[in-house]
Design a protein around this ligand. Structure first.
Ligand SMILES: *[C@@H]1O[C@H](CO)[C@@H](O)[C@H](O)[C@H]1NC(C)=O
Ligand SMILES: *[C@@H]1O[C@H](CO)[C@@H](O)[C@H](O)[C@H]1NC(C)=O
Ligand SMILES: *[C@@H]1O[C@H](CO)[C@@H](O)[C@H](O)[C@H]1NC(C)=O
Ligand SMILES: *[C@@H]1O[C@H](CO)[C@@H](O)[C@H](O)[C@H]1NC(C)=O
Ligand SMILES: *[C@@H]1O[C@H](CO)[C@@H](O)[C@H](O)[C@H]1NC(C)=O
Ligand SMILES: *[C@@H]1O[C@H](CO)[C@@H](O)[C@H](O)[C@H]1NC(C)=O
Ligand SMILES: [Fe+2]
Length: 433
C-alpha cells in the first residue's frame, strides 16, 4: 500500500471513529428454529441486514464430523412498514432426512458471515413418544420476567418444543422494527435450540401482521396464521383469534380459517388418525372464557371466539385448549358454553365431558399483570397473577400432564393436573361419570 493509500485509510478510520463503525450487515443474527410439520425436518430462520449470496446451514450429528452436511435455502426481503422502511433479509433453510431423536450441531449464514454454533435434537417421530413443552404467551422485550428461567431450563434439555401463544416483544414493529430485532435476539437463547412454535396475538397486528408473518416460519403456507403439526400422541393446531378482531385486514380470513380448521379437525379425527394421535390440542391467543377484571372478549357472555369456535371444537372432541392474552394463569374445569362438565366431582379431569381450558399469558411484559374479578364463575378452577409459564407433557394416549411454574416464587410449581382420557372424540363427552 502506498503512502497515499495509507493516508486514505487513516482518514477513513478517523471518519469512522467519529461516525461510529457501521455493523457488518451480512452477519447472521436472530437465529431460531421451528418444526416444518413433516418427519425428519427442522427449519432454521435468521436475519441479516444486507443481502448475502446464499443462505446456508452447515450441520452434523453431535459428536460426529463437524458441519459435514450442508443445506441451502431462500432469502426474502422484508421491508418493515414503519417510516424508515427498514430492510431485513430473512433467511430460511429446511433441513430434511434428520435422524429422529438425534442431536445435531449447526451454524448458519454464508461466506459473508456465520452465526454462533447451536444445537438441537430432531423430534422423535414415534407416536409413543412423550414430548415436553413450555407454554406461555405475552412475553415482551421489556420485563420478560420468565425468560431467564426458560433459557436455563431449555438449555439443560427440559423441553422438546416451546409454544408461544401470541403477543411478542411489545411490539415487533416498534421503533421501525428494532424492538422486534431486540426481542428475536433475546429469545435466540431458547429458540435456536428447540422448535419455537407460535400463533399471532393482537400486539402483532401492525401492517397486517407483517412482522409476525416475516420473522417466524411455521408449517403450512399461511404465513403462520393457522397450521397444525403432529408430535408424540398429539395433534397440535394453531389458530389466529385475531382475524375476528382486525376485520379491516379481510373478512375472508374468517371463512378461510374456519374451512381449514374444520377440515383439519375432521382429518385428525378420522378413526385411524385419532387412534395414533388421540390428543387434539388447540392454541390461540384470545381465550373463550376468563375471569379477568377488564373488558376483553373472554369476559363477555358469548365471546366472539366462543361463538366462532365452540361447536366445531366440541363436535370433533378437542381435548385441550391453550390460550393467553390475559396476563395471568387460569385453569378451568372442563367447560362448554359456560357450563361445567366434570368427569366426576372427585376427579374432574378423569374422562372430562368437555374440553379443558388453560390460559397462560403471564410470561412477563411491559404491561405487567392483569387483575381478576373477586368472585369468578363456577367454571374457574385455579387462578394466579404470578409471572410464570406452563409445562406440559403428553405422556401417552391416555395421560397428559400440566403444571404451572411461578417465576415470582423462584420456579415453584403452583398448580398441576393430570388429564386422563380413556376415550377421545365426540363420544367421549358421554362416556362416563
Ligand atoms: C447494507 O444495508 C444498508 C441498509 O439497508 C445499506 O444502506 C447499505 O448500502 C448496504 N450495503 C451493501 C454493501 O449493500
Ligand atoms: C426455496 O425456494 C424454492 C423455489 O421457490 C422452493 O422449492 C424451496 O422449497 C424453498 N426452500 C425453502 C427452505 O423454503
Ligand atoms: C422414540 O420414542 C419411543 C417411545 O418412547 C422410543 O421407544 C424410541 O426408542 C425413541 N426413538 C429414539 C430414536 O430414541
Ligand atoms: C392481510 O393479510 C392476509 C393474509 O396474508 C391477506 O389475505 C389479506 O388480503 C391482507 N389484507 C390486506 C388489507 O392487505
Ligand atoms: C367440578 O369439580 C370441582 C372439583 O371437585 C368442584 O369443586 C366443582 O364444584 C365441580 N363443578 C360442578 C359443576 O360439578
Ligand atoms: C400412560 O402413562 C401413565 C402415567 O405414566 C400410566 O399410568 C399409564 O399406565 C400409561 N397408559 C398407557 C396406555 O400406556
Ligand atoms: Fe394479547
Amino acid at each position: 500500500m502506498g503512502s497515499v493509500g495509507a493516508v486514505f485509510v487513516l482518514l477513513s478510520l478517523a471518519l469512522l471513529s467519529v461516525l461510529g463503525v457501521p455493523p457488518i450487515g451480512t452477519q447472521p443474527e436472530q437465529v431460531h428454529i421451528s418444526y416444518p410439520g413433516f418427519p425428519g425436518s427442522m427449519e432454521i430462520t435468521w436475519t441479516t441486514f444486507n443481502e448475502t449470496d446464499e443462505s446456508t446451514v452447515e450441520y452434523g450429528l453431535w459428536g460426529g464430523r463437524v458441519f459435514e452436511l450442508t443445506a441451502k435455502g431462500n432469502t426474502t426481503l422484508f421491508v418493515d412498514g414503519g417510516s424508515e422502511g427498514r430492510h431485513m433479509y430473512i433467511h430460511r433453510v429446511t433441513l430434511t432426512n434428520l435422524r429422529p431423536a438425534s442431536a445435531y450441531v449447526y451454524h448458519c449464514g454464508s461466506e459473508a458471515g456465520w452465526s454462533d454454533v447451536f444445537a438441537f435434537t430432531a423430534l422423535n417421530e414415534s407416536c409413543g413418544w412423550s414430548p415436553r413443552f413450555a407454554i406461555y404467551g405475552d412475553m415482551g422485550n421489556e420485563n420478560p420476567q420468565s425468560l431467564a428461567r426458560l433459557q436455563k431450563e431449555t438449555q439443560v434439555g427440559m423441553y422438546d418444543a416451546i409454544l408461544h401463544v401470541g403477543d411478542f416483544a411489545y411490539d415487533l414493529h416498534e421503533d421501525n422494527g428494532r424492538i422486534g430485532d431486540e426481542f428475536m435476539r433475546q429469545i435466540q437463547s431458547i429458540a435456536a435450540y428447540v422448535p419455537y412454535m407460535t400463533c399471532p396475538g393482537n400486539h402483532e397486528s401492525a401492517y397486517n401482521f407483517s412482522n409476525y408473518k416475516n420473522r417466524f416460519s411455521m408449517p403450512g403456507r399461511t404465513e403462520g396464521l393457522w397450521y397444525s403439526w403432529n408430535v408424540g400422541s398429539a395433534h397440535i393446531i394453531s389458530i389466529s383469534t385475531e382475524i375476528y378482531f382486525f376485520l379491516d385486514y379481510g373478512l375472508d380470513l374468517i371463512f378461510k380459517q374456519y374451512e381449514w380448521l374444520k377440515k383439519d379437525l375432521e382429518e385428525a379425527n378420522r378413526p385411524e388418525n385419532r387412534a395414533e394421535r388421540p390428543w387434539i390440542i388447540t392454541m390461540g391467543h384470545r381465550p373463550m372464557y376468563c375471569s379477568n377484571n377488564d373488558k376483553d372478549d373472554c369476559t363477555q357472555f358469548q365471546s366472539y371466539v366462543c361463538t366462532a369456535l365452540l361447536s366445531v371444537c366440541l363436535l370433533t372432541g378437542v381435548d385441550l385448549e391453550l390460550w393467553a392474552h390475559e396476563h395471568t394463569y387460569e385453569r378451568l374445569w372442563p367447560v362448554y358454553g359456560y357450563k361445567v362438565f366434570n368427569g366426576s366431582m372427585d376427579q374432574p379431569y378423569v374422562n372430562p365431558r368437555a374440553p379443558v381450558h388453560i390460559i397462560t399469558g403471564s410470561a412477563g411484559c411491559r404491561e405487567k399483570h392483569d387483575p381478576f374479578v373477586p368472585n369468578p364463575r363456577d367454571w374457574s378452577a385455579f387462578r394466579s397473577t404470578d409471572y410464570g409459564y406452563t409445562r406440559m407433557q403428553v405422556y401417552n394416549t391416555t395421560h397428559l400432564y400440566l403444571e404451572q411454574v411461578s417465576d415470582d416464587q423462584y420456579g415453584k410449581v403452583i398448580d398441576s393436573i393430570w388429564v386422563v382420557k380413556e376415550k377421545h372424540g365426540f363420544s367421549a363427552w358421554f362416556s362416563s361419570t
